[in-house]
Design a protein around this ligand. Structure first.
Ligand SMILES: CC(C)(COP(=O)(O)OP(=O)(O)OC[C@H]1O[C@@H](n2cnc3c(N)ncnc32)[C@H](O)[C@@H]1OP(=O)(O)O)[C@@H](O)C(=O)NCCC(=O)NCCS
Length: 167
């Protein structure tokens, strides 16, 4: 477990992640619907948020990856943000409940995964970052490797491939 005042970030077991799948998908969906339109058009946001409904993909991520969640200290059962490492050196998901955006939850999640990665012998972390999220990764020490256009279900998304060498 890692603490980042005023939040608590903890790693879920695979079974706990599966049990909390609905809440984790809701955080994802709500974050995309609220934050997505700032940088992407309606069709892109629809494609992006649709991933929340693809339960089979989430099951694969929970099976093969590691799920981290953030809560407030006062409400340890209410998840307000999530990070999913898949594979172990890649931040595949970073999503925060919109009610908590810009309050340090994303930064706390990114900080929490680092000691675990170091302990596993990982020397650098990577992420494919949306136009919305790349400042959060930059604020956490990630550098842009390159900008690219990535195609998903008929839509093209501008995103940054980012990397952080672990201190
Ligand atoms: C991206 C996301 C996870 C960030 O979570 P968050 O908890 O709001 O981020 P934080 O409050 O920890 O922000 C940390 C720092 O990142 C930067 N940052 C965060 N959001 C930013 C924004 N919208 N614009 C510019 N900088 C931003 C700031 O430097 C911020 O520090 P500050 O508030 O002290 O200035 C969240 O906005 C989200 O869920 N977005 C929608 C989904 C998404 O894009 N996910 C990533 C997919 S790759």
């Amino acid at each position: 477990m890692a603490n980042s005042d005023p939040y608590v970030v903890r790693r879920l077991t695979r079974d706990a992640a599966i049990a909390q799948c609905d809440r984790l998908r809701t955080i994802y969906r709500d974050a995309v619907v609220v934050a997505g339109p700032r940088h992407y058009n309606a069709s892109q946001v629809a494609v992006w948020s649709e991933t929340a409904e693809q339960v089979d993909r989430w099951a694969t991520w929970f099976d093969e990856g590691v799920t981290w969640v953030a809560t407030t200290i006062d409400a340890p059962d209410l998840f307000i943000g999530e990070a999913l490492m898949w594979p172990a050196d890649h931040v595949h998901l970073l999503y925060v409940d919109p009610a908590f955006h810009r309050r340090g939850v994303g930064r706390a999640l990114l900080a929490a995964v680092e000691p675990d990665a170091r302990q596993a012998g990982i020397t650098a972390l990577t992420a494919d970052c949306s136009l919305h999220s790349h400042p959060v990764f930059a604020a956490s020490g990630y550098d842009v490797v390159e900008w690219e256009d990535s195609a998903h279900r008929g839509e093209v998304f501008r995103r940054a491939r980012m990397r952080k060498v672990l201190p």
